[in-house]
Write a protein that binds this ligand. Structure first.
Ligand code: PAF
Length: 286
């Protein structure tokens, strides 16, 4: 496609997707809430490697925010996002309004059970139902052959894969690696909320994850001991407050006491009022 289109309605998006499919195009989809950073751009690049039509959605989905969360102040800059998406070679931006996605008579929720109550779901009880509902809607609007998500939201990737499997949705889910700032902090649109001091202290999160990775590579398998060494440097930072730090099975997200093959070290930590998440896959066998 020669120029990037901006589509605002589901009907138009579906018609465009049908046209692309009829013309034999492979549709790659990158769902985002906008305020694009290098992490999002890397997802567009991943999609472009495999697809010949890349759709990026920009939609700050209200149903995945809790009542006291940052929906109103979530950063938005469509003009900048549009320029970045064009630069990366996206073919379409799907940019719907709230009333387009959730008309006044909207009644449906798509809910994955069990795994959505763990990790982030323990402190954000309605979050994943909002994510799966909007992703189901976006998948039906964009009709992609595959969708690319970032590994930073590890649990989100697991939940989306489960929804796709359980509902027999006809698309592949790709999870692309975390993109980090030079000091290791995982890129996030929410990083703009951090004060200089919070930002400085937050770099300890990646250091702690790397330390655990190093220990596992060195033969440590006991998760209690690993958690102790990850927690200590984070606790030492006065502006950081741990929501959770866990080592879990990569699919069930349940706590594991030993690392047998692979496990995921996942954490959520408040830096001041900003909730940051990060994770590291721990491999007993390299
Ligand atoms: O990861 C995100 O940005 C959002 O959760 C998503 C997948 C775009 C759904 O709103």
């Amino acid at each position: 496609m020669e120029f990037m289109k901006i589509i605002r309605t589901v009907k138009e998006m579906q018609a465009e997707a049908e046209k692309l499919r009829r013309n034999g195009k492979e549709i790659g989809f990158v769902p985002t809430m906008g305020y694009l950073h290098e992490g999002h751009l890397s997802l567009i690049r991943t999609a472009k490697q495999k697809a010949n039509a890349v759709v990026l959605s920009i939609y700050v989905n209200p149903t995945q925010f809790g009542p006291n969360e940052d929906l109103d102040k979530y950063p938005r800059d469509f003009i900048r996002d549009e320029a970045l998406a064009r630069q990366e070679g996206a073919d379409i931006i799907f940019y719907p309004s709230d009333s387009e996605m959730y008309p006044a008579d909207f009644l449906t929720t798509v809910q994955v059970n069990e795994i959505t109550g763990l990790l982030c779901g323990a402190s954000r009880p309605h979050h994943f139902a909002g994510v799966t509902t909007i992703c189901a809607k976006l998948f039906h609007a964009v009709k992609p052959h595959f969708a690319v998500f970032g590994q930073k939201d590890y649990q989100q990737g697991v939940v989306i894969r489960r929804m796709v499997k359980d509902l027999d949705l006809d698309l592949e889910i790709i999870v692309a690696p975390i993109v980090r700032e030079p000091d290791g902090l995982a890129m996030s649109s929410r990083n703009v909320y951090l004060s200089d001091l919070e930002r400085k202290e937050a770099s300890v999160l990646h250091e702690a994850l790397e330390l655990a990775d190093l220990k596992v590579r060195g033969g440590e398998r006991d998760t209690a001991s690993l958690l102790k060494s990850v927690t200590a440097p984070i606790r030492s930072k006065p502006l950081l407050k741990i929501d959770y730090i866990k080592i879990v099975h990569p699919d069930t997200l349940k706590d594991v006491s030993r690392i047998e093959d692979r496990a995921v070290l996942a954490l959520a930590v408040f830096a001041g009022k900003t909730r940051l998440i990060d994770n590291q896959i721990l491999r007993a066998t390299q």
